[in-house]
Design a protein around this ligand. Structure first.
Ligand code: CA
Length: 243
């Protein structure tokens, strides 16, 4: 029997968290706090160790400090994303905002800023787990192929093509593009897009949306600086123009 079939729903299962953190005080507090909340905790003290034990630990969620010895949090995130869609929450210190944006761009799901309260962190963790596709068994996904402008989306396989050539999109990018393409010619407000793609309990900042739009434009627009497919409606939101 395949590993996937054996895997119980995460509601019944103990959730395994890989904590990548080099500061002793945080490691101790997190280990105690997260275990108290019912999580199983594995610790990696630097980026290299995180990558080493990732496969073996098979975590349900990764809590990833940005500033790490040996391999940075960004590189760890990038590396994990080449093989896994596991939810990743970046942990940053104040003043690391630009790296936070990069972190979301390379596929982290959310971030928290140190110092944070355990309660806030756990709320974020649960929100990210709820949004994760493996979690949402009742998620209604349209399986039909969508073809508009030069773009073709295959929701059942999560593949995307521009002018017949496959492009690689991350999970949120795919969902965002699908939502826009399912509503051609209609302006979708920023709030609608955030609610639909990130969940209405999303508490991160709205720069995330712009970063994802920028990435999509780079993939699908002939001239990303003068976008003609994903149009900005100033002060409102975005629209997918099929013509
Ligand atoms: Ca650190």
């Amino acid at each position: 029997m395949g590993k996937k079939q054996q895997k119980k729903s995460k509601h019944e299962q103990v959730i395994k968290v890989l904590v990548v953190e080099d500061e002793d005080s945080f490691v101790e507090a997190l280990t105690i706090g997260l275990k108290h909340e019912g999580f199983t905790v594995t610790i990696a003290r630097d980026g290299a160790e995180a990558l080493e034990i990732f496969d073996q630990a098979d975590p349900d969620l990764v809590l990833l400090d940005l500033m790490l010895p040996l391999v940075s949090g960004l590189d760890v995130c990038r590396e994990i994303r080449t093989k896994s869609n596991v939810p990743i929450i970046m942990v940053t210190a104040k003043g690391e905002e630009i790296d936070t944006v990069v972190g979301l761009e390379i596929g982290a799901d959310d971030y928290v800023v140190k110092p944070y309260r355990l309660r806030e962190l756990v709320a974020r963790m649960r929100a990210v787990l709820r949004r994760h596709p493996e979690e949402s068994e009742n998620e209604e996904i349209s399986r039909e192929v969508i073809e508009r402008a030069n773009v073709r989306l295959e929701p059942s396989t999560r593949r995307a093509f521009v002018l017949g050539e496959e492009i690689h999109l991350r999970r949120k990018e795919f969902e965002l593009l699908r939502l826009l393409m399912e509503n051609p010619g209609r302006v979708l407000t920023r709030q609608t897009l955030i609610d639909q793609v990130w969940g209405d309990d999303y508490v991160g900042d709205t720069k995330t949306l712009d970063v994802h739009i920028m990435r999509l434009r780079n993939r699908i627009e002939t001239d990303p600086k003068e976008p003609s497919v994903i149009t900005t409606i100033r002060g409102v939101g975005y629209r997918f123009d099929a013509n």
